[in-house]
Design a protein around this ligand. Structure first.
Ligand code: PAF
Length: 289
């Protein structure tokens, strides 16, 4: 595996592969890798000749009171995992290589960036869109891989790619879960033992909502109420930021079920902010559309 810090060298390496007719798959990460990231690498490896993974804790996507400083970092361990997973290129830029002095550009995808997580993390999705745009321009991948756990991020990046005519196939891969259903996340490291046990409440609220929807006789409003009741019953939850049933593209709260529906939650357990979601497909007769 090649470890490269300089954007120009990654660009040249990637271009050399493409000139030889090799497809390039790209997995952008902020490091602190877990099995969820490694499953993205496996998808990328199965569909491309060459796999590039970036590790960059992007300051622009953290708010002033968020966890940028304490975000878990362990580059040595990450590199060992990537090497073992058969990654070809690890891209580890320094912050000033991504945001040199005088950097003035911001990519902002309106509307969908302001809903759900965006309403609680102002500027977050501009930070994500800007860095992903830069990383795409440096790596120039044929395909890029994102996890469904960050569903809104995937919607925002897909819209950016579409609106800006990017010639990149975006692949959204299923969420990997621990045995008890908790979605894998680097931020699970913030949870103490009691909070980690309480974190199962997200999966419980999602699965109970999903089975209620599948049984029929519910509305998005009644399912949303039920999700809030499940979450309220967990005493360690300090704040429910949102929970409910949403349109898979616009991310608006639904009043009628559709063929595909997004169940999504964001909450705080102690100081950790956790998100999770599920997509529920319905037969046409069950959905309003
Ligand atoms: O999902 C993440 O880890 C980050 O938001 C990403 C896509 C690497 C951009 O910094």
């Amino acid at each position: 595996m090649e470890n490269i810090r300089i954007p120009r060298i990654v660009r040249e390496t990637s271009r050399a592969h493409r000139l030889k007719g090799r497809s390039v798959g790209f997995v952008p990460t902020m490091g602190s890798l877990h099995q969820g990231h490694l499953s993205l690498v496996r998808y990328a490896k199965s569909e491309n000749d060459v796999v590039v993974v970036s590790i960059f804790v992007n300051p622009a996507q953290f708010g002033p009171n968020e966890d940028f400083a304490k975000y878990p970092r362990d580059t040595e361990r990450d590199l060992a995992l990537l090497e073992k997973a058969g990654v070809d290129v690890a891209f580890l830029p320094q912050a000033d290589a991504i945001y040199p002095d005088g950097f003035l550009t911001e990519i902002r995808i309106n509307d969908i960036s302001d809903k759900l997580c965006g309403a609680f993390r102002p500027g977050h999705f501009s930070g994500v869109s800007t860095v992903v745009n830069k990383l795409f321009n440096i790596v120039r991948p044929d395909r890029a891989y994102f996890g469904q756990k960050d569903y809104q991020q995937a919607v925002v990046i897909r819209k950016m790619a579409e609106d800006l005519n990017m010639d990149i196939e975006l692949v959204v891969c299923p969420t990997l879960r621990e045995k008890d259903g908790v979605a894998m996340s680097s931020r699970n490291a913030y949870l103490d033992k009691a909070e980690r046990a309480a974190a199962t409440v997200l999966f419980r609220a999602l699965t109970e909502a999903a089975s209620a929807i599948r049984q029929g006789g519910t509305t998005p409003l009644s399912v949303t109420k039920m999700m809030h009741e499940v979450l309220a019953a967990e005493p360690l939850v300090t704040e429910v930021q949102y929970a409910g049933v949403y349109d898979i593209r616009t991310l608006d709260a639904l009043t009628e079920f559709q063929r595909a529906n997004l169940l999504a939650i964001a909450l705080k357990l102690g100081t950790a902010r956790l998100i999770d979601n599920m997509l529920i497909e319905l037969q046409t007769e069950q959905s309003g559309k």
